[in-house]
Design a protein around this ligand. Structure first.
Ligand code: CP
Length: 324
């Protein structure tokens, strides 16, 4: 049986698909971040283009809403000179009953090279990667509550740009860990990169039962959990994945787990504040913090382009790629 992480590499041990952080090693994560450095500097150039993917076709297939991921994947592919198709799922034939695999088969017949997939079902990107023709790559842009590997990589890149050495860092991930594909991928990436401590801060109802197996420490209050923290990562309440009431109310949640300037002062004075977005002001974070001097939230969005350029160029230049 293929697992998401075994399927990611071809027979030459080169990255063919990016489905999960699980199964990647420190050398590869570092290589992707190093390559992203050169693409990040491109943002200041008058012509923001490289010919690396000239002649290649990338299809963005987003079955779930997105602002940041879809747009930055499109920009990244265009800045690498690829042709980009953004499938509008609402107006595509999937609304007439076509199966996901039939949609993929039809797009393959148009000689595309890469699918970027977001789907509400965990495992959707893995499923597609199992069925695409040899030579076609799949990048997971978020599947259910399973994984969001490119988000985790851009988050690691943001942390590295501000803090440099992971081995001395204590990182707190705060909020709805239970439903968060971002948190799962971040915890895996931080573990691989050797972070000193990964701490999750959440009410018990928003933690997975198997939280202790994740290799994290756990706190249930910001007052305790923010002590000595270098990096604060906030998560939104993912109501679209909640079944039943897990919290008394949003205002009660904000009182206990919302990041205000007063609560942030408990962390180290030079702590940075991150959030994958979309942010919900007054629910998990105050505007004062989101727009404040310690916030790097919009830098994360900018670095998302550089990281996605690095990932797409690495995958598409994999030796032995060929079309059938
Ligand atoms: N961080 C993130 O995945 O945002 P979008 O849902 O806007 O893509």
């Amino acid at each position: 049986m293929t697992t998401p992480h075994s399927l990611q590499f071809n027979s030459d041990h080169q990255l063919q698909h990016l489905l999960s952080i699980e199964g990647l090693d420190q050398r590869l994560l570092t290589e992707i971040m190093d390559n992203a450095e050169s693409f990040a500097s491109l943002a200041n150039q008058p012509v923001k283009k490289y010919p690396i993917l000239r002649g290649k076709t990338v299809v963005n297939l987003f079955f779930e809403n997105s602002t940041r991921t879809r747009t930055t994947f499109e920009l990244a592919a265009k800045r690498l000179s690829a042709d980009v198709i953004n499938m509008n799922i609402a107006t595509s034939a999937t609304s007439k009953g076509e199966s996901l695999l039939d949609t993929i088969r039809n797009l393959e017949a148009m000689h595309v090279d890469m699918f970027v997939i977001r789907h509400a079902l965990s495992g959707a990107a893995h499923f597609i990667a199992q069925h695409v023709a040899p030579g076609i790559s799949v990048i997971n842009a978020g599947d259910g509550n399973h994984a969001h590997p490119t988000q985790a990589l851009l988050d690691m890149f943001t942390i590295r740009r501000h803090k440099n050495d992971f081995s001395s860092l204590r990182i707190a991930i705060i909020g709805d860990i239970l439903h968060s594909r971002v948190a799962r991928s971040q915890i895996q990436a931080l573990s691989i990169l050797g972070a000193k401590e990964i701490r999750v801060i959440a009410p018990k109802t928003l933690l997975p039962i198997e939280v202790n197996a994740l290799g994290v420490s756990v706190s249930h209050t910001l007052e305790e959990g923010l002590q000595d923290i270098d990096v604060v990562i906030m998560l939104r309440l993912q109501k679209e994945r909640m079944s039943g009431a897990l919290l008394p109310s949003e205002s009660e949640y904000f009182n206990c787990f919302g990041l205000t300037q007063e609560k942030l002062a408990i962390a180290k004075p030079d702590a940075i504040v991150m959030h994958p977005g979309p942010i919900n002001r007054g629910v998990e974070i105050s505007s004062e913090v989101a727009d404040g001097p310690q916030s790097v939230i919009l830098q994360q969005v900018s670095y998302g382009i550089a990281i996605r350029m690095a990932i797409m160029s690495l995958i598409m230049q994999t030796p032995g790629r060929h079309h059938t």
